[in-house]
Design a protein around this ligand. Sequence first.
Ligand SMILES: Cc1cc2nc3c(=O)[nH]c(=O)nc-3n(C[C@H](O)[C@H](O)[C@H](O)COP(=O)(O)OP(=O)(O)OC[C@H]3O[C@@H](n4cnc5c(N)ncnc54)[C@H](O)[C@@H]3O)c2cc1C
Length: 292
Amino acid sequence: MRADPRDYQLVSPGTLEGVLSLLHREPGQWIPIAGGTDVMVLYSAGKLANKKLVNLWNVPELRQILCSADCIRIGAACSYTALRNHEVISGEFPLLAQAASWTGGIANQNRGTLGGNIANASPAADSLPALLVYDAELALVSARGERRLPYGNFHTGYKQTALAPDELILEISLPRLYSGYISHARKVGARRAQAIAKVCLAALARVADGTIQDIRLALGSVAPVPLRLTETERALAGKKIEPSLIESVRKMVAQEIRPIDDIRSTARYRSAVAGNLVAEFLEKLAEKRSHA
Ligand SMILES: Cc1cc2nc3c(=O)[nH]c(=O)nc-3n(C[C@H](O)[C@H](O)[C@H](O)COP(=O)(O)OP(=O)(O)OC[C@H]3O[C@@H](n4cnc5c(N)ncnc54)[C@H](O)[C@@H]3O)c2cc1C
């Protein structure tokens, strides 16, 4: 056995205040555990940085989904199953619902949480490109107070985040602005299910008379952090969707990403697939128009 449970301490205050005061008293000493689907992998491998764990699963503020006219606020410890089953998320934020549906298997979706996916900070995480294109904002909370941060500023480098040692992700809010957009999500992995992405795409666009009015593109597994393709978006905005544009987009994408070789894939393959996925989205937009 690489980790012996007798060496570990798990506490479950059951209130947000209780968790925060623990983190405040001993910053960096406690590992928050929500669904545990990442934490327990490290535990089993004997690789957890600390031996003190604090449970988030039974903190009500972290488990609720609240809707207002302008936005939806998702508690950080909401599971993928809760996201998939939520009417507003599946209706207005299909990229997030889709990402939730292909994260691991059903057992994983019942335990794994959106906040855990964000804090774990893997560039290959499935839900993160969707958060980029939907302009998600995070509420971070500690005993010192609450602050808000655009999700796009949260990942500061490979596996690095803006979270202070005494802070938690409280909630993720998404503005309700994109229901009229055409959306497209793709995950390319070794298998159709139960695979970490070699490349994944979340894409949104508004098109009128064959011209791109607004386009939002984000990729996973092509850089140290999930990446919004702002240069490519700028180059595409205002353009007519024509075969020459679709052909040239592959080059634009290749210039903007920074993929690497690793156990799952090669930089060359990732670069080719990333370009193809964006080109496929433009083809979908062109096709929608021809059927309109
Ligand atoms: C079999 C299996 C398959 C998987 N498949 C996929 C997949 O297809 N796609 C994918 O993206 N991921 C996958 N994962 C990874 C994992 O399920 C996700 O990253 C999940 O979202 C983690 O959520 P969690 O609640 O279980 O996190 P936990 O394991 O509880 O925590 C993960 C990290 O986040 C921190 N944390 C958790 N909540 C908070 C919070 N509110 N504030 C601050 N820090 C917090 C923890 O301290 C820890 O560092 C898989 C994992 C397994 C075991």
